[in-house]
Structures are given as C-alpha cells and as structure tokens.
Design a protein around this ligand. Structure first.
Ligand code: NAP
Length: 289
C-alpha cells in the first residue's frame, strides 16, 4: 500500500508560516496583504473556489475583495476594474477566476493584469519567465503546490522520468516546466497521445490533470511511482473524485495524493503565498519563503 500524501496538513503548515509573516509585515511596515478576485458569470464551481480563497485569505489576516460581473459584462467594464485594481495600493494580488464566458478572451484580460500583482502567474511576462527559467516571476499556484507535494516524498528529482497528463495553461504546461527545471525527463500527454498507459508506466512521477473521473487506472502506474492527482470531478452522487482511480492506483504507487485533501488545499495555500510575496515586494521587503 502506498503512502498517502496529506496535502491538507502540508498546506496548513505553510499557512501557519504565512500567517506569521503577514503579521510581521503589518507590524513593521503597516502593510496588510491584499488579494482581489474577479469573477464573471455564475459558474457554481468558480463561486465555491473564490469563496474558499477569500475565507482562507481572511483567516491569515489578509484584506480580500471579490468583484462579480454578469456573463454579459461589457469588456471595457472588466478592463476598467482590472486597471483600477492595478492602481490600488490595497491590492497586491489579483486573480481572474477562470473559465470566463466564451464571449470574453481570457488571454486579453490576463494580459491586462499588472505582472507584479499577477499571483496566478498567467500573464505572458510571468509565463515567459518560467519558460526561460528566470526567477522573479509568479508561478501558477497548482503546479507550485504539486511540486511541493512531490518534494515532500522525493529527495532527489534529477534524472527521474515524469509524465504529465494534460497540458493546460494553468496546470500541465507550467508543471512540465517546473519538473524540467528540476532535471526530470519530462513527457507531456494530451488528448491525442497514443498509448497513454505505456507513457504513464514509464513515469517515476505521474501528474494527472485532465478533468475525467477515475481515468488513469492502477495498472498504468509503475510500482513505487509518485502519483499526483490534480483532477476535481463531482459525480452525480455529489462525491468528489480525482482523475486517477484511487483504489487500484494505491496498490501500486509509492505515494499518492487523495482527492479531496491532496492538491486542492495546496493550490489555495500557494495563492496566499504568492500574494504575500507580492505584498513584501511592493513594500520593498525581502520575502523569506
Ligand atoms: P483543461 O484546461 O480542461 O485541460 C485538460 C487537459 O487534459 C488538456 O490538455 C487535454 O488535452 C487533456 N486531456 C483531455 N482528455 C484527455 C485524454 N483522454 N487523455 C489525455 N489527455 C487528455 O483542464 P485543467 O484546467 O488543467 O484542469 C484539469 C483538472 O484539474 C480538472 O478536473 C480541474 O477541475 C482540476 N484542477 C484542480 C485544481 C486543484 O487545485 N486541485 C486546480 C486546477 C484544475 P488537449 O489539450 O489535447 O485537449
């Protein structure tokens, strides 16, 4: 049986450190970290995610504000709000909750966010810094959280084979780049990949982010591999499960993340980490994490 990687505990440990650092910044510089979320439309999952982010931000003593727009919002109104938040001294981190309605071009709106407040790391400048292997930019929170979970069970990543299933802007692509920086040999799979089971079996580290419940089977997993399941899928019964068939995978993996309680809490914790980093940087302070 594999080790279950407890994302909730690791995220709580990180948030305790963030709480202390946020208090320190407020005491020393009078700066309260500020996070703003922009949400367009009434997607229930997006509502829930933003609510969770807000609650946890407030628990750590951050200022949090949510700006909600109807799905028919005129593009210039959304752009004007982004500009207002770019200029607001209270706000250090801004997120545009995805997905946007199909009438709005996410790349256009992401590119309007001040890169120094782009705590989701999706502005082309931050994505480009990650691509070039330059430090100093923001890296998307989910892959950062996944890397931290992998490192919690794996001392030495260099030379390991990593397979990333899914190549989205938010998860798969930045995850592949982060593992490449760690000198893993990285394969990226997508919907047209041939013989996915064989590619998964070649992996010492398998990260799955496709949004298909229980898609990756236990027999696709190499004995002893580290398996990170990013998927969040709600079944008609209301149960939340990942993209990996947890029961069969657990019998072969060396370590595996559960859903819920694996990657999800880490995504929020790293969003709060990036926001605090931004607040430190805007205050001209060294961020120690
Ligand atoms: P996405 O943008 O829809 O991308 C899905 C990716 O999966 C695409 O690259 C797609 O390939 C690939 N794919 C689809 N079917 C496949 C198949 N049969 N075989 C191989 N690859 C396949 O999704 P996302 O935003 O990355 O999210 C993925 C999942 O992670 C969702 O369940 C989402 O809810 C979850 N998620 C969780 C967190 C968290 O904090 N835990 C954060 C973000 C996302 P193509 O490019 O070829 O279409």
């Amino acid at each position: 049986m594999s080790k279950i990687i407890d994302g909730r505990r690791i995220a709580e440990d990180l948030k305790k450190k963030l709480h202390k650092l946020a208090q320190h910044l407020e005491k020393e510089k009078g700066v309260k970290p500020g996070l703003a979320a922009l949400r367009v439309g009434e997607d229930p999952a997006s509502q829930l995610y933003v609510q969770m982010k807000g609650l946890q931000a407030k628990e750590l003593g951050y200022h949090f504000e949510e700006h909600v727009f109807p799905s028919w919002v005129p593009p210039e109104d959304l752009a004007a709000k982004i500009q207002e938040l770019n200029e607001s001294p209270r706000i250090h981190g801004m997120i545009l909750q995805l997905p946007l309605p199909s009438t709005l071009d996410k790349f256009h709106f992401l590119s309007l966010i001040d890169p120094s407040k782009d705590v989701d790391g999706l502005h082309p400048l931050n994505a480009g810094k990650l691509f070039q292997g330059l430090g100093g930019g923001f890296i998307p929170c989910t892959p950062l959280g996944c890397l931290s979970l992998i490192e919690s069970v794996c001392d030495q990543l260099a030379g390991l084979n990593a397979t990333i299933v899914g190549c989205s802007l938010l998860v798969g692509k930045p995850m592949a780049l982060l593992l490449l920086q760690k000198k893993c040999t990285v394969s990226i799979a997508h919907s047209k990949t041939q013989d996915l089971p064989a590619l998964c079996r070649s992996a010492d580290i398998l990260v799955v982010a496709i949004g298909k419940p229980g898609f990756v089977k236990g027999e696709w997993i190499r004995e002893g591999a580290v398996v990170i399941d990013v998927g969040i899928n709600r079944l008609p019964t209301g149960e939340i499960i990942g993209d990996v068939d947890f029961k069969t995978a657990q019998e072969r993996a060396g370590a595996i993340t559960p859903v819920p309680g694996g990657v999800g809490p880490m995504t929020v914790a790293f969003l709060l980490r990036n926001t605090l980093q931004s607040a430190y940087q805007h205050a001209g302070q060294h961020f120690p994490l």
